[in-house]
Design a protein around this ligand. Structure first.
Ligand code: URA
Length: 341
């Protein structure tokens, strides 16, 4: 058995309100997306950008956190090849010019209906449906965020007026919920980018989870003055938005970072009894841990959280084949043996 790794890009444009995907046509008429081998020293994303440039003349970068692995096997000269293709997506302006290489005989922009009729392999069809579903979730999240950021009233609001949106894959299998943004997040407008965030990044590596493959948010998404705990009234205003985020992402596992998140999501007071444990409710596994800030304040909590995240890694890894969770190493595969996309 030989392993091969490729990556590619689902390039799309919006033309008169319709989403159209770019397909390159082989000499035999078969449609393909821009994709090819990942070269030595290249990341999957770098290879997807390069292949898109070489095969279509389009200079683009992946948009959002979309990333899907497609795996399949085939026989070549008597050797079984197991191939994994990592696909990204990128929106380009409607008037983007396509300049194909010698490798292809032409190109077509196809809407989803036509594309599903024309592509041959099931996993390519699944990929297209997946990207449509992903964009649908992104649109819902964008519209939720536009509503949420308008929450601060003109008077009597003590939290910052800077909204810190949740971040990550909107179809993530694992969601992390913290308390509220800190001073650094208030400036960067990204969750967990300060000291707590750097520690969370380390914990994610311990759990062998990529930051871009999970969704990170907080109970309250505006910085409380002097980093105080949000009040009951502030939580009451923000929590409905958190619930809607959960409905959009539909995570299988929710990691509750700290007592406030655990209380708000599970109604438990004090987390010492539940820390490191999983509680199943309404089909979601809630994993309770400390807030990373607690480990920065009290050093013995560092070890405690590291242990929790090792356990989380095992829980997340146990069912990763059935879902789209990605782990840092070894290379993941989110599907079984199927035909090439
Ligand atoms: N702590 C949180 O609880 N949330 C953030 O977004 C950042 C730090």
């Amino acid at each position: 058995m030989r392993f091969e790794f490729s990556s590619g890009m689902l390039v799309y444009r919006m033309k008169e309100g319709v989403r159209e995907f770019l397909f390159l046509k082989k000499a035999n008429g078969r449609l393909d997306m821009p994709k090819g081998h990942i070269e030595k020293g290249e990341s999957a994303q770098e290879a997807a950008i390069r292949e898109t440039r070489e095969e279509s003349g389009i200079e683009t970068r992946p948009s959002g956190f979309f990333r899907k692995d497609v795996s399949y096997r085939f026989l070549e000269k008597g050797i079984m090849i197991k191939k994994r293709v990592t696909m990204f997506m990128a929106e380009v302006p409607a008037d983007t010019e396509v300049r194909i290489s010698d490798e292809h005989a032409g190109y077509e922009w196809l809407d989803i209906k036509k594309a599903l009729k024309r592509v041959r392999f099931k996993n390519a069809k699944d990929l297209l449906r997946g990207v449509e579903g992903y964009i649908g979730r992104e649109e819902k999240m964008d519209s939720l965020n536009s509503e949420y950021m308008k929450l601060p009233p003109a008077e009597g609001w003590e939290l910052s007026r800077n909204f810190v949106p949740g971040e990550g894959a909107v179809d993530a299998r694992i969601m992390f919920i913290g308390q509220a943004p800190g001073a650094e997040e208030d400036i960067s407008r990204r969750p967990f980018t300060g000291r707590s965030g750097r520690f969370l990044d380390r914990l994610l590596r311990i759990a062998r989870l990529e930051r871009g493959s999970v969704y990170i948010t907080s109970v309250v998404q505006f910085f409380p003055p002097k980093n105080r705990v949000p009040t009951e009234a502030e939580i009451a205003l923000c929590k409905p938005f958190l619930k809607r985020q959960i409905e959009i992402v539909e995570p299988k596992i929710i990691v509750l970072l700290g007592a406030l998140a655990a209380r708000e999501m599970l109604g438990i007071e004090g987390i010492s009894k539940y820390r490191g444990e999983t509680i199943e409710r309404d089909g979601i596994k809630y994993f309770v841990s400390l807030h990373p800030a607690a480990a920065i304040r009290i050093r013995k909590n560092i070890r405690v959280m590291e242990r929790d995240f090792r356990k989380l890694g095992r829980i997340a890894g146990g069912n990763r084949k059935r879902h789209n969770g990605r782990r840092v190493t070894p290379p993941s595969s989110s599907s079984g043996t199927v035909s090439p996309p």
